[in-house]
Design a binder for this molecule. Structure first.
Ligand SMILES: *[C@@H]1O[C@H](CO)[C@@H](O)[C@H](O)[C@H]1NC(C)=O
Ligand SMILES: *[C@@H]1O[C@H](CO)[C@@H](O)[C@H](O)[C@H]1NC(C)=O
Ligand SMILES: *[C@@H]1O[C@H](CO)[C@@H](O)[C@H](O)[C@H]1NC(C)=O
Length: 402
């Protein structure tokens, strides 16, 4: 630092000023850190640490400089927790969670089973989560549901963001969620990368990532093994980018179910690129209910997909109706247009590898197949079309029915 040999008094004053300025600068750059252990959390997996996480959040969100909430290694028992942006300072800056530990849900599934979400963020902006493992402890609830007992709660989404902007999830792991692992609803500009999801292939409704009413969502470099959809895209989504994902087991990547409501926002501009599906029920799927609706799907690209023993590698199903719950089967009102399947190869686990079952009232339009090669047990796979219009280019196996 400065050597004060000359005009000592003035020099010391300047040095102190300079140091204060530098500390202030580094605070602005690095912000403040709230370690949950200092706030009372216990990394023993047994002591309820919810309050210390909420105290850390309250301080971070009142902060006018960047704040980091640090969760050291260990297991933290967390009850239903709600991080609300409503109480944040209007000058709140970025809030970062750095999680080196595991958050575990209560062992009794009733504790969070009707909460909607276990870890919920609402109306936040500029929140990033780096690392961390979230253990929803869902196995007992899945068993309850499988036992056809009517006395089971719906189950909670493990991590949910609602009404939020500029969110980053980097290296987050979610295991054994009661229901959906990660939910993104009414959000804008969300980036998920290095997400790992793991749950049993028979666990019910445990979608890996569910996106709805959101725009500008990117999912990169992720691995999702679960019992329901790898990634599901609900109504009102636009400008989504999904790239370099490994799916399976599970139900594949699905746009839908759409068109349950008469008035429903559409899905626009979705890219799904470089995804491997292993042993999944579906690969690239679009599904709509057979009901009147003004919803639509416009501008979807599925490209560079590899299918390994997938039951329905390419499927549009506009008569979607699981468990026969539909009062009457009508024509779907959802208009599907401009969907491209490009460079898709691999194996189908059923003889029909490409299936377009579109609405009689609203046929699928501008379906494009380019370089598709799917086989079925070294046999000729089949394609089946109903009410589908489109074009092909390059090698198409099985032969197109468009
Ligand atoms: C489509 O979405 C991507 C992001 O996924 C975005 O970069 C692009 O600008 C969007 N295209 C249009 C026409 O909005
Ligand atoms: C089809 O969708 C793609 C991808 O969203 C988009 O870039 C393109 O402009 C659309 N084409 C038409 C004719 O709508
Ligand atoms: C399709 O893929 C199979 C298996 O990878 C390969 O043997 C076959 O040559 C491909 N067909 C065409 C027409 O490229």
């Amino acid at each position: 630092m400065v050597q004060c040999r000359w005009r000592r008094r003035r020099c010391v004053a300047i040095t102190v000023l300079l140091s204060t300025f530098l500390i202030y600068q580094s605070l602005l750059a690095n912000g403040v850190t709230y370690n949950v252990i200092n706030l009372g959390a216990k990394p023993d997996g047994k002591t309820d640490s919810t309050e210390s996480f909420l105290r850390a959040w309250a301080s971070a969100c009142a902060s006018e400089i960047r704040a980091t909430i640090y969760v050291p290694p260990g297991k933290y028992l967390i009850r239903e927790v709600y991080f609300s942006g409503k109480q944040c300072s209007s000058r709140q800056k970025k809030i970062t969670f750095r999680i080196d530990g595991t958050l575990v849900a209560p062992s009794d599934y009733w504790d969070i089973g009707n909460a909607g979400a276990w870890i919920k963020f609402d109306r936040v902006s500029g929140v990033s989560i780096y690392g961390g493992k979230l253990d929803g402890r869902g196995t007992a609830l899945w068993a309850c549901k499988a036992s056809s007992s009517t006395n089971c709660p719906d189950g909670a989404t493990t991590l949910a963001f609602y009404n939020s902007n500029n969110i980053v999830l980097d290296g987050v792991t979610s295991i054994n969620s009661q229901m959906i692992h990660i939910g993104i609803v009414r959000c804008h500009n969300v980036k998920l990368q290095g997400t790992m999801v793991s749950a049993s292939g028979t666990s019910p409704n445990t979608d890996g990532i569910h996106i709805q009413l959101s725009s500008g969502v990117t999912v990169l470099n992720s691995r999702i093994a679960t019992g329901d959809d790898c990634i599901s895209i609900g109504p009102g989504c636009s400008n989504l980018w999904i790239e370099n994902v490994a799916c399976g087991p599970g139900h594949g990547i699905s746009i839908g179910s759409l068109g349950w409501q008469l008035q429903e926002p559409g899905v626009q501009n979705v890219t799904v690129k470089t995804v491997t599906f292993k042993g999944t029920q579906n690969g690239a799927r679009i599904k709509t209910w057979g009901r009147p609706s003004n919803a639509f799907v416009d501008g979807v690209v599925f490209q560079h997909l590899v299918m390994v023993n997938v039951q329905n590698p390419i499927i549009i199903d506009q008569n979607y109706c699981p468990h026969n719950i539909c009062p009457t089967q009508q024509n779907s009102g959802v208009k599907i247009s401009n969907v491209t399947y490009k460079n898709i190869r691999g194996t189908s686990a059923t003889s029909v590898a490409v299936k377009f079952t579109c609405s009689k009232k609203n046929p699928c339009q501008k379906i494009k197949l380019e370089h598709v090669n799917l086989s079925y047990k070294d046999q000729q796979a089949k394609a089946s079309c109903a009410n589908a219009e489109g074009t092909t280019s390059g090698i198409i196996v099985p032969t197109s029915c468009l």
